[in-house]
Design a protein around this ligand. Structure first.
Ligand code: AP5
Length: 195
């Protein structure tokens, strides 16, 4: 199987992490979740974790420079060269999107597609309240969703302009969402193979 290079986008609570875990198995690729990396750093009480904890609990975004350097370092590792990647939670600002474009251009490894998991605000709010992660308080959820609208939603047009965007309905059973995602990814990969 050739290495896939994918991004999964969507509101907080849209199911990116849930679906990413299944997609990395199906496509034998590497799951790179900036949220998981940050939570691991918080758990290990590293310097990064100590810096990130309060920012995350408040629902704010960690600084672009810091996130860009963490992702650049991760993308340079051997497993990514061999298996590609599925980026989850990154990019989520215009600065991060530009940084990713630069990293991939330099490596000569273009992205295959950006999958947007489309789930309305009401539904993601219910899902996050039911999950109860440390940053799933009503106030932090509101702040994260506001930041999504102002910082991350504009990236949908950015990916669409580059011909990379696939919008997938994220409502319904997890199995159904997974099938929709794989159909869209497979269509992309077959178009790439044919060109
Ligand atoms: P991050 O970990 O990325 O959190 P998030 O953006 O809030 O996204 P979530 O993990 O909440 O949502 P998800 O879409 O993965 O949904 P999930 O699968 O869990 O980031 C956390 C923080 O880190 C940020 O706020 C920020 O501070 C910082 N950070 C991270 N990346 C950053 C970056 N690039 N720049 C700056 N700062 C950054 O599903 C949600 C729930 O729904 C689960 O309980 C799940 O079981 C359930 N569910 C899933 N699918 C379905 C379904 N089909 N039907 C019903 N329920 C479902």
């Amino acid at each position: 199987m050739t290495a896939v290079r994918l991004v999964i986008l969507g509101r907080q609570g849209s199911g990116k992490g849930t679906q990413a875990a299944r997609l990395v198995e199906a496509y034998d690729t590497v799951h790179i979740s900036t949220g998981d990396m940050l939570r691991a750093a918080v758990g290990a009480e590293t310097e990064l974790g100590l810096q990130a904890r309060a920012v995350m609990d408040a629902g704010e975004l960690v600084g672009d420079d810091l996130i860009n350097s963490i992702v650049a370092e991760r993308l340079a590792q051997d497993d990514v060269a061999e298996h590609g990647f599925l980026l989850d939670g990154y990019p989520r600002t215009p600065d991060q999107a530009a940084a990713l474009e630069g990293i991939l251009a330099e490596a000569g490894t273009p992205m295959d597609a950006a999958m947007n998991l489309d789930v309305p605000v009401d539904e993601v709010t219910v899902r996050m309240m039911a999950r109860g992660r440390a940053d799933d308080t009503a106030e932090a959820i509101r702040r994260r969703l506001d930041l999504y609208e102002s910082e991350t939603a504009p990236l949908l047009a950015w990916f669409a302009d580059r011909g990379l965007l696939e919008v997938v309905d994220g409502l319904g059973a997890e199995d159904d969402v997974f099938i929709r995602l794989t159909l869209a990814i497979d269509r992309r990969l077959s178009v790439g193979d044919a060109s």
